[in-house]
Design a protein around this ligand. Structure first.
Ligand code: SAH
Ligand code: SF4
Ligand code: F3S
Length: 438
């Protein structure tokens, strides 16, 4: 029996995908477990995107450090974005972790463990790389859902949005070879997966040699017409008509686009260094709807960025109404050390005001989501079944092509995860569609 590895993952889907890469790298020495109580090595795969995300990790870390005092031989490692951002700070006495390893240095973990076991070494590896994509490592997927998988196609980001820590924690943008992506997708299909989401901080700038993102999408879609293909995230400055053409030409590329806008005014977009205007964004939305009339659109919005005036806040609300988003991730601005905003602007919107603006944004989005979902009532939608929802009184749960969660009651019919079924939508809330099997 091998010792046990427990990985606790925070942050974005890239981090969840990386945890499966970590499990693969460590598979020769550890079996992965899903409870920390029996673990010999605990890795926390961390996120730095907002201060709150880091505080959550530090609180949890205190629990693990207390456990370590009682359990000789237990090792604790911090990996991911906080490892990169905080580096040595995490090795200080008070925290007592054994390993601090940034997102591009995971291949070094076995060596660091050897040094640790030999009683030496510092346990720190944080060099960012211009090449590393882990393309040759087959992720050991831990997710229970064997229907839908995330596949990372690129790493890093060099857009340097003024508020964002990612370029500093994940380094320069680099793309994984197309063949290794398509091979992985083929393998997933053979294992029974029916949906893949291609992942990157800015997938539209995927480039491997001559191959850009539209070509990659077409190749992945060709793996099997029964395989649903999704992607995240798109940067509005790079979303091309060529991609929209490819999406329109493939029935199995899902008409759902996550297009983070962040703010609705040109002045804010400029301060945020987003490199597009409100008009450009709205033109992209119009193009999307021209090619994909049935598309669902989601976004990310930040409330209370440095210097945000009430008028700018109102422009964000008006843009949300104009687009009519299906859903949104909405955040209060959090000042991040090292970013352009931290160095050059003042985080001057009082906390209570940020909260008020965020609440207005959330209230509006709830209205918009409900209005979008109501359009599905009475329609029959194709649902890829993911399983049975324990929380929702044993109803089946799945998604339609637009990525909306659909719940439906069991009938006589045998329905298994991975099946496609037709569901007539009878009711909805702002977050789910409810219906019955046709
Ligand atoms: N690469 C993706 C986003 C990654 S981070 C993209 O550009 O779309 C996810 C979201 O977190 C961002 O879209 C932004 O809305 C939010 N975010 C990033 N930095 C933040 C900060 N300092 N404070 C609050 N929200 C932030
Ligand atoms: Fe951050 Fe901007 Fe890069 Fe997205 S595109 S990860 S928001 S710097
Ligand atoms: Fe967080 Fe790093 Fe992802 S900061 S959002 S885990 S890229």
């Amino acid at each position: 029996m091998k010792p046990k590895l427990y990985i606790e993952t925070y942050g974005c889907q890239m981090n969840f995908a990386d945890s499966d890469v970590l499990a693969a790298i460590l598979a020769p020495r550890y079996d992965r477990t899903d409870t920390y109580k029996s673990a010999d090595l605990i890795l926390m795969n961390t996120c730095s995107i907002r201060d709150h995300a880091e505080q959550k990790v530090l609180n949890r870390l205190r629990e693990f450090v207390a456990l370590k005092k009682r359990r000789a031989g237990l090792h604790i490692g911090i990996v991911g974005c906080m490892a990169e951002r905080m580096k040595d700070e995490l090795l200080e006495e008070a925290l007592r972790v054994d390993l601090v390893v940034g997102p591009d240095a995971y291949r070094q973990i076995p060596d660091l463990l050897d040094q640790l076991e030999a009683g030496g070494g510092k346990g720190l590896a944080v060099a960012l790389s211009e090449e590393e994509t882990y393309h040759d490592i087959i992720p050991l997927r831990a997710a229970e859902n064997k229907v839908s998988a995330f596949v990372s196609i690129m790493r890093g980001c060099q857009n340097f949005c003024a508020y964002c820590v990612v370029p500093y924690t994940r380094g320069a943008e680099r793309s994984r070879p197309m063949d290794s992506i398509v091979d992985e997708v083929r393998r997933l299909w053979d294992e029974g997966y029916r949906e893949v989401t291609l992942l990157g901080q800015n997938v539209n700038s995927y480039r491997f040699g001559e191959i850009g993102f539209p070509r990659l999408m077409a190749e992945v879609a060709a793996v099997n017409p029964q395989l649903r293909v999704r992607f995240a995230t798109s940067h509005p400055k790079d979303l091309s008509d060529e991609l929209l053409e490819v999406m329109a030409a493939h029935a199995n590329i899902c008409p759902a686009i996550h297009l983070p806008v962040q703010a609705g005014s040109d002045s804010m977009l400029k301060r945020m260094n987003r490199k597009y205007t409100r008009q450009h964004y709205l033109q992209r939305v119009a193009a999307i709807r021209r090619y994909l009339p049935d598309v669902s659109l989601s976004t990310d919005i930040i409330a209370g960025f440095c210097g945000e005036t009430e008028a700018e806040h109102q422009e964000t609300l008006s843009l949300m109404r104009e687009v009519g988003y299906d859903s949104a991730f909405m955040f209060k601005y959090s000042d991040r050390p090292g970013t352009f905003a931290h160095r050059h602007y003042t985080d001057d919107i009082p906390e209570a005001e940020k909260t008020r603006r965020l609440n207005e944004i959330i209230a509006l989005q709830t209205e918009l989501s409900l209005a979008c979902n109501q359009k599905y009532v009475g329609r029959t939608v194709e649902v890829l079944v993911e399983g049975v929802s324990e929380k929702r009184g044993h109803q089946y749960i799945g998604r339609n092509p637009q990525n909306k969660v659909v719940l439906f009651e069991p009938t006589e019919a045998v329905v298994r995860p991975g099946d496609y079924v037709q569901v007539r939508v009878t009711r909805c809330s702002a977050v789910t569609l409810l219906g019955e099997l046709v």
